[in-house]
Design a protein around this ligand. Structure first.
Ligand code: GDG
Length: 465
């Protein structure tokens, strides 16, 4: 078993993107919640990472990247269509997010999902040392735990779902429902962002497979499978450090100047995804401009919408809707040289994101449903000046922890407008107090603690044979 790893992460994507250019191949760190959260944990364990490199039909030999041994898995163009864009992002993603867009079902996607999950399980089985701990991630790989256990009963297997886990009534829509549930039950520990999600899971095990549970432990043919809530977090020190540099301070001031020094700068940073509530945020802003509560140029909205899943139909139509609405607001309310909304369909460096966080008076995080939402936590961590205010949807997992944000129901437009206006007009001492309380919370509930608490409970589980 030499060369195999005692700790293995299995995730759809490697923590890097492969770019195939005319000069050959190069790797760059990829954005996204999972990578941001997991790289430090994998590095601390000197682990291996099994995942897809991001380019079709390419799987180079394993290589080391920033202290982690990376094992690329090959996905063909057909796999990407059926497994990734189909079953993962057109069926499971919308279904698990309360079906805020209707999920699509297609038998060929289910087949592709099985085949690709088996490939990941095979790769993990090859990479893991005897008795190793394997941590499988997210909705694309829910069949992997059981497939891996069948091949390697000696392993200790954990699974963490980064997105919500739906209530029984919704989950029951899924054609692959029993297979997915059995797949997850192949793990020793199944982790969720929220307690409610973990409860949905154990109840589903009884409802669908007639399994008994006691507390949060399910009896699967004599094997104990634990479920639990492990709210993910960030490394707040990274944001604090960035925000403290002269470069970021200067850049934050420069951003405000470039925007014409508005009295109030409102910011949104999201992947361009229909779960993130970008449209309702624009609607709230438009109504406040229409009724004169807010005015341009005193107020400006900057919306960073990072390109995401562009070949999936719902995402294409969302982009059209968002861009139409931005155009409409700007047509009605911009001045020459001063747009009401700055819409940026681009990806930025961490440093530029930190500068935007530091520059913004109000951060709007208004998802219709979100497992956690790391942007909300990053914004709080970046405000080492204790300035700024956070508007946060009650339907983001982060709302259970960041109780001193201006919380709102994203399905109630008046509530969103109310929370935004409260955030804009918060007094300096109240605003400071709220930020300080949330920052103290994040310092003690960081991503290290998330990783450690999951792995401690996983190590204490029955584990492999
Ligand atoms: C899933 C769940 C859960 C965004 N734009 C850029 C960029 N980002 C970074 C942010 C943040 C991350 O991506 C986004 O994380 P979120 O948590 O907000 O959202 P998802 O991508 O949907 O993540 C979510 C998460 O997994 C972790 O479990 O919280 O609920 O949906 O870190 O800063 N990073 C860079 N450039 C960008 O343009 N560098």
């Amino acid at each position: 078993m030499t060369g195999r790893s005692a700790f293995v992460v299995v995730a759809n994507r490697l923590p890097v993107d492969e770019e195939v250019t005319s000069d050959g191949r190069r790797w760059r760190a990829s954005p996204g919640g999972l990578v941001t959260a997991l790289s430090p944990v994998a590095r601390a364990h000197r682990g291996a990472w099994v995942g897809w490199g991001g380019a079709a039909d390419s799987a180079p030999e394993p290589f080391d990247h920033e202290g982690i041994r990376l094992h690329p898995v090959r996905l063909s163009t057909a796999d990407i269509d059926g497994f990734y864009e189909g079953q993962s992002n057109s069926t499971i993603w919308p279904l698990y997010h309360d079906a805020v867009e209707p999920p699509s079902y297609d038998r060929t996607w289910s087949d592709a999902y099985r085949i690709v999950n088996a490939r990941f399980a095979e790769a993990a089985a090859t990479v893991a040392a005897r008795g190793a701990t394997v941590w499988v991630h997210d909705y694309q790989l829910q069949l992997v735990p059981a497939m891996l256990r069948a091949k390697r009963p000696d392993l200790r297997i954990g699974f963490f779902l980064h997105i919500p886990f739906p209530p029984i009534e919704l989950f029951m829509q899924m054609p692959l429902r029993a297979e997915i549930l059995r797949g997850l039950l192949g793990a020793d520990l199944v982790g969720f962002q929220q307690k409610l999600a973990a409860q949905n899971f154990v109840r589903l095990a009884r409802h669908l497979l007639d399994l008994r549970y006691s507390g949060m432990t399910i009896d699967v043919d004599g094997r104990a499978v634990k479920a639990g809530a492990f709210p993910i977090s960030i490394d707040p020190k990274e944001m604090e450090r960035l925000a403290a540099t002269d470069e970021i301070r200067v850049r934050a001031r420069q951003i405000r100047t470039e925007l014409g020094n508005p009295r109030t700068l409102i910011l949104g940073v999201d992947r361009l995804d229909y779960t993130k509530g970008i449209e309702l945020r624009l609607d709230a802003f438009r109504e406040l401009l229409e009724d004169g509560t807010l005015t341009v140029p005193e107020t400006t909205l900057v919306q960073v919408a990072t390109p995401s899943r562009e070949r999936v139909e719902h995402y294409e139509t969302l982009r059209t809707r968002v861009e139409r609405e931005v155009g409409r607001i700007n047509g009605d309310f911009s001045r020459v040289g001063i747009p009401a909304v700055h819409y940026l369909h681009q990806s930025y460096s961490r440093a530029e994101l930190a500068a935007l966080y530091c520059a913004a008076d109000v951060m709007m995080v208004t998802p219709l449903r979100d497992g956690m939402n790391l942007v909300a936590k990053e914004y709080v961590a970046a405000r080492i000046d204790h300035g700024g205010a956070l508007v946060l949807s009650e339907f983001a997992g982060a709302a259970n922890e960041l109780r001193h944000a201006f919380l709102c129901n994203p399905h109630d437009l008046d509530a969103v407008k109310g929370a935004l206006m409260q955030a804009i007009s918060v007094g300096p001492s109240d605003g400071r107090r709220r930020m300080q309380i949330m920052q103290r919370y994040l310092r003690t509930h960081d991503v290290d603690r998330w990783g450690r608490s999951f792995l401690e409970i996983l190590q204490a589980s029955e584990g492999g044979a």
